[in-house]
Structure formats: C-alpha cells, structure tokens
Ligand binder design. Sequence first.
Ligand code: FES
Ligand SMILES: [Fe+2]
Length: 465
Amino acid sequence: MANGKIQKISERSPFESYEDILNNDTVPSPDYLKEGPNPDIKSDPISASRYHDQDFFNKEVKYVWPKVWQWVCREEDIPNIGDHHIFNNVGKSLIIVRTKEKEIKALVNSCLHRGRQILADDGNLDEFRCAFHGLSWNFDGTFKENPFGWDCPQWNGGAPDLPEAKVELWGGFVFVNMDLDAAPLSTVLGPMSAHFERYDLSNRYKAAHISKKINANWKLSTEAFMESHHVLGTHPQGLPMTGDINSQYDTWNDYVGRQLSAHTVKSPHIKHDISEQEIFNAFTGADHDLDKNPEMRVPEGVTARTFTAQMFRDNLSNETGYDYSHAGDAEMVDSLIYNVFPNYSIWAGMTFNTIYRFRPNGLDPNTSIMDIVLLKPVPKNGPRPEPASIKHLDFHEPVTDASDELGAGLAMVFEQDAINLPYVHDGLRASGTQKVEFSNYMEKRLRMHHIMHDRLIKEGESKEG
Ligand code: FES
Ligand SMILES: [Fe+2]
C-alpha cells in the first residue's frame, strides 16, 4: 500500500450529498426523499462461491425463494375473468388467473395425478385440463372432472382442488408467496407504500417489457442495479449528467432499500467545469443544433436541472393531460430506485417508472433472466393503452435490439450492464482470494441482500433440525 493513494474514510462520499442537491432545487420534492435509515451493519467480506456454488444455489431454491414475495405480472396482463399468466421460477410454476372481477389466484401448475405441467402458455380458458390423462379443474382451481375416477378410491372418485400460493396486489402489481403463512406484503414494503402514493401506480400501464438472458448468477445481476457508483467504469457517458457518488442509500427495513441518484448534475469525478448546456446535452443524449432547435438552449442563468425538469413537466402534461406543476425536480429527472428483497426494483417518480426483476434462468446458478418494464401514466382522457407484450432477448441478443421499446439511451445503459456481468461472474470463479469486498456506504444494500439470504437459509435449516 506504500505507493497507493489512501483516502480518508468517511460515512459517505465527501462531496455534496443528495439532500444538498435537493435543497437547491427550483421545485422542491416531498420529504420522503430526505435521508432515511442507515443502520450500521458489519463490513466483513463474503465468499465468492455464493455466486457460483451449486450447493449454495440449492439452499436458495430450498429456503429463500419459497419464503419471499415475488412479483409475477401486472393486473392489466390478465384483465378478464379466466385470463391467466404462467409464472416460472427455480423449477416452480404457477398459473396466475383472474377468477373474479376483483380476485386473482395463483394455482400450482402441476397435475395432482402424475405431476404433468398443466399449462404452458398464457391465455384465457374456462377449464384447465391435463393433457396426460384428462383430469380437469375449473379456472378457479376447483376440481371439475376425473375421467378415471372409478380407479381413484383415494379421492372418492374425484380429485382435490389445485393447491394455491398466497396472492397480494400492490399498485397494479400481482405478487405471490409460496408460503401460506408469510407476513403480509404490506409488512414487507413498510413505508415504501406511502412513498409511492403520489404516483398512482394502478393508473399506469406497461409501455414496455423486455426479458433478457444474462450469463451471470442472478444475484450478480440483481446487485448490479443496487448502486450507482459503477457509472464511472460501466457507463462513462453518464458522468456529465449523473451525481453518481453523491447518491443517497437508505435501508428502510430488512427487505426494502433504496438509492437516490441525481441526474442533470455533473459527477464529482469530472473535475473541470462543464456548461449547463453540455449537461443537458448529455442527459438528452444529443448535441443539439441550437440554431435549428432554439428550444433546446439552456437559458443563461438557468441550470440544466431546472430547465430539464420543467421541459419534462411540460412534455408529460401534453402527453397525459395531467398537471405536473407540483412535481419536484427530483421526481422528474432523478433515479429514485427502491429494491425489495430479493429481486424486485421499482423507480419512484412522475415521468415513468422502470421496474427490474431478476431470476435464475431455471435451475442454473450461472445464468439469469432480467425483466425490464416501463410503466407510464394512462392519459387523463383515456383510453387505457394495451399493456406491452414481453420481448424476449436471448444471451446473444443485445438490449439495444429493444431500443424502440426502451429508448436508445436506456437500452445502451442496460446493454453495458449486460456486457459487464459475465466478466464479473467469470472473475469471481477465478478470484485469488475467493472473497468479495463491499464498499461501506454505497454497497451497504448489497451486503444486506446477503444478510437476508443467510437469515432465511439459517431459519430453514434450523426448522429441519
Ligand atoms: S398426469 Fe395429469 S391426468 Fe395424469
Ligand atoms: Fe448499470
């Protein structure tokens, strides 16, 4: 370390805080964005094997996934009675079905006879009939018909109803939990629900849905979206317009954390002065020709942040018919990302909400599936747009193939992450220390992610004795 540059250790970056940035905003944001809980958790390294070891993965499958709330689809994906969506994760399969106008069930997608998967595709049916020997259930999971009932004395000639998982709805999202004794979703979300009340998520529609396969463990994929300081290495084009190391990281409870990162301000990594016009150009992804497009000129004496936030308010009002004059600058331009353990993330804010979901790719610890969804406000005078169908991208297909759906700038950012992740996965296998060292403040929530895994695995193992 003799020649290394040692920096003074502080609680967080020595630069302007996110709250400092908010305090200078032209239109203030609500108080819920102020600094939240920041508990002191240990800074021990974790083992690299957690990302590729089959035994550890098997423990996650056995003890973690069956105990957590998982987002499966939007209510708008199954609007009519009988509409169903098939949700698969770590070898489990559920039929998410609308059984009444205001009731959604999650039925275990496995025949009670010899276990055949009952349904493979989304659709609308009034009965679910097993294609092996013909047992059938009504679409609400109640037993309907057994063509070989005379030979099933154990069922008195019929068959049981299909087993169910627990279902809860939040903001138009359908969540399930395989554990029928699980604490309510509202308990897990804690104060997060109140934070999102301003955004009326039920009244938003799914404008894009991309499902991308990645050659990396699912936890690596998840954790790549839980901190902003990788902008320096992975997304350098973002430095002129992202307060990456000014970001605020809060831990609301064991399940919910968040990162708040300012845009339309330059990164402290950029030491030289850059103009407000350059910041605006970087954020909008274009070197605007100001003679041809004078409306893109940041006026003298106005910051890029104030200018962009107002432009976005005006554009969103024109698109939706709603008034956004009350929306804080941060709510228009910043990344306000909430993570819910273990694999669901959603951005707060007015313009659009980005949602991430990460899953193992089947039962493979070495590959994962990342879902990216954009939610946009339903126009005030309707009609409600149809929800986007899922665009699947295989390992070799870049996220930039979804530039039309996500926008070119966002698609490129996701592609940069997708390119990076296999190198992280392979690097961890090759590690000389077989340890992962997390930074203290910026990666606190990644550490929490592992603390929760350990807790659930320990609880599961101790119940088994
Ligand atoms: S496995 Fe389904 S009816 Fe036999
Ligand atoms: Fe990234």
